[in-house]
Design a binder for this molecule. Structure first.
Ligand SMILES: *[C@@H]1O[C@H](CO)[C@@H](O)[C@H](O)[C@H]1NC(C)=O
Ligand SMILES: *[C@@H]1O[C@H](CO)[C@@H](O)[C@H](O)[C@H]1NC(C)=O
Length: 617
């Protein structure tokens, strides 16, 4: 009898303990189980020589189920087997050009060719650097050079971007190839015919004998806190980790994924494409996002899982309601940047879809995911996660743009419910691989001597908040980047472009929030040179020529003098708060007007139209 009672007491005690320690166990236990099993599998793959990379998974799937559709693009399905042979062909053609360990840059639109080139390069033991297809001119050259690539692979439709910078590439003896189309000027070779004629025999495994989990798989360009985009190194281990993270939210081989995100971003290529390979599912890939075609595509292809960024779901909610809005098979959506209001509206309009909202930077060493469905949260912190990632939220001084240091010189953790800067300890298990060949930029993401002498953290640059139930919420991004239309904009890059105008003396670029929009719209405060005149048309012309559309400042503010702090930093926080309302800002304000091809004065009624979402930004 005593034994029985002890047993009951023990079970009750355990239940109480579990409830206190881990109240969400019933939702999160399956997730934890999947995370643990994938971690064990990863260990096994890491021990193999050479280790099992995502490319190996693709090859295995192609061998086991060659006819299973892998990618459906513009109505045309391509099976795992077909992609395997296509990438063999690309690899065979490039074999004489590239050596194992080299890197080649891809400037390609979404489509099967992107995938064939990427995996073809991987089969040669080479890394691929994915260039943003919107960038041009100096930015393009900068990105290309920073990847260390000596070969550029592109497509006919992006040729005009390459042609602009061809002299610069030629002077560096860069090899440029067009993978499709007929164009063949004197100075560029198209590989289309060669690829079609090439053997589809697998490439010798010896080419990849030097590959380890630490070898770079791809380079992704990110606008970090400063300057021009940087190439973040994604090695094979990191790629696996990101992919496991996403498939652990419960995606299966019977699923049909749908992505309209660009493949040059880590979301599209790693979470979308590699996530699909990881479980052996099918992915419907679209050249570009279209709100009007979105649900028709989902119905046509029996899509079950969609991938988003916050803006995307907002655009879907803005399309006029249709009677068949709930007729689809979509059961899950995964992505990041979803605001609570859009989240609610989306579920209302399109039915009961499980939202897996996650947080994680491409180059970061930490990520969260909310698979519990708590609206607005990016994740739920349980003790296991806390043990796995040594992260903290610390007090941040926005004016000084630095973490607050206490009397002892150490950082200070915020209280529960308070906003703090997310930092994550750099450990062998959670490494920060940094940026290609750029020690200074890598160092800037480091935070040292945080809680004790000599410790080292990754500074995410993101402000977060954790509530009393351990749900974590994204609040804002600090410093010199902001997000707009799903892209990161580096304020320094925009400022550099504006400063090149001869009538501009000083410029300070920041992002402002606009009701009804995700992220921040670009704004610049400009001080003219003495005696110079404001020229809204020239400003427009200059901005449109040198910046991709998402990076162009939507609003300008002309200031007599731009105030700086003692350390010559601009008072961005004040400017950001003051915003672009002509009723409250005394300086002259301007708005980018594509119809009139100029920055035009912001009248009160224009401001009202922006606020009420009547003007497209
Ligand atoms: C979608 O599902 C329906 C019903 O299950 C089926 O008839 C149709 O062929 C499927 N379409 C595609 C593209 O798989
Ligand atoms: C998580 O998802 C569950 C179910 O979808 C939902 O009830 C909960 O509010 C969500 N929370 C998070 C953090 O996802």
């Amino acid at each position: 009898m005593l034994v029985l009672w002890s047993l009951i007491v023990a079970v009750l005690a355990a239940a109480v303990l579990l409830r206190t320690l881990w109240p969400w166990a019933w939702v999160e236990a399956p997730l934890v189980w999947r995370v643990l099993t994938t971690a064990v599998r990863l260990q096994r793959w890491a021990r193999r020589r050479p280790p099992t990379t995502l490319l190996d998974l693709l090859v295995q799937r192609a061998r086991r189920s060659p006819h299973k559709p892998f990618v459906v693009f513009e109505g045309r399905p391509l099976s795992y087997g077909q992609l395997e042979t296509e990438s063999n062909r690309v690899g065979q053609v490039l074999r004489d050009t590239l050596r194992p360990g080299d890197c080649a840059a891809l400037l390609l639109p979404n489509g099967p060719l992107f995938l064939a080139a990427w995996f073809g390069l991987a089969k040669l033991g080479c890394a691929a650097a994915f260039l943003n297809t919107n960038i041009r001119g100096q930015s393009l050259i900068h990105c290309f050079n920073s990847s260390g690539a000596r070969t550029l692979l592109t497509a006919t439709e992006l040729w005009s971007s390459v042609e602009d910078v061809l002299p610069a590439l030629r002077s560096e003896k860069v090899m440029v190839f067009i993978l499709d189309g007929e164009y063949a000027g004197e100075d560029v070779e198209t590989l289309k015919d060669k690829i079609q004629a090439a053997s589809d025999e697998p490439l010798p495994a010896s080419l990849r004998s030097g590959v380890t989990f630490q070898s770079p798989f791809i380079y992704i360009f990110t606008s970090g806190t400063t300057g021009l985009p940087k190439a973040a190194i994604i090695n094979h281990l990191r790629a696996h980790q990101m992919v496991n993270f996403i498939t652990s939210c419960g995606i299966h081989s019977s699923d049909v994924l749908y992505t309209t995100l660009p493949l040059y971003h880590s979301s599209g290529c790693l979470l979308g494409i590699c996530g699909c390979i990881n479980v052996g599912a099918t992915i419907v890939l679209r050249r570009k996002f279209s709100a009007t075609h979105f649900w028709d595509d989902c119905r046509k292809y029996n899509v079950t899982v969609i991938q988003y960024v916050g803006e995307l779901l907002r655009y879907l909610c803005n399309v006029p309601k249709r009677s068949n809005d709930r007729e689809h098979k979509v059961r899950m959506a995964f992505g990041n940047g979803l605001r609570a209001d859009v989240w609610r509206e989306f579920l209302n309009q399109f039915g009961n879809i499980q939202i897996c909202e996650f947080y994680g930077a491409t180059e970061g060493n930490i990520g969260f995911m909310n698979c519990t469905g708590k609206i607005g949260a990016v994740g739920h912190i349980n003790f296991l996660l806390k043990w796995f990632y040594a992260f903290h939220l610390v007090k941040y001084d926005a004016a000084q743009e630095a973490p607050v240091r206490g009397a002892n010189g150490r950082c200070v953790e915020v209280a529960t419910g308070e906003v703090g800067l997310l930092i994550s300890k750099i450990t062998p298990r959670n490494p920060f691989t940094g940026y290609v060949g750029n020690k200074i930029l890598t160092e800037r993401k480091h935070l040292r001597d945080v809680f004790c002498e000599g410790d080292l953290y990754f500074n995410t640059g993101d402000l977060m908040l954790m509530d009393h139930d351990n749900f974590i919420y994204f609040q804002d991004r600090i410093g010199d980047t902001f997000r707009w239309k799903g892209e990161n904009v580096a304020t320094t890059e925009v400022a550099d472009v504006l400063s090149a105008l001869d009538f501009v003396q000083n410029v300070c670029v920041y992002g402002v929030t606009v009701p009804g929009h995700e992220g921040r719209a670009g704004m610049a405060a400009i001080q003219l040179r003495t005696g110079a005149d404001w020229d809204g048309e020239q400003l427009y012309e200059h901005v449109v020529t040198h910046l991709p559309s998402y990076a162009r400042p939507r609003f300008l503010r002309q200031q007599e003098a731009i105030e700086t702090t003692g350390t010559f930093k601009y008072y961005k926080v004040t400017l950001t708060k003051e915003g672009f309302n002509p009723a409250t800002v005394e300086d002259a304000l301007f708005i980018l007007d594509d119809k009139r091809k100029a920055y035009v004065p912001m009248e009160e009624e224009v401001y009202q139209s922006v606020i009420n979402n009547l003007i497209k930004l």
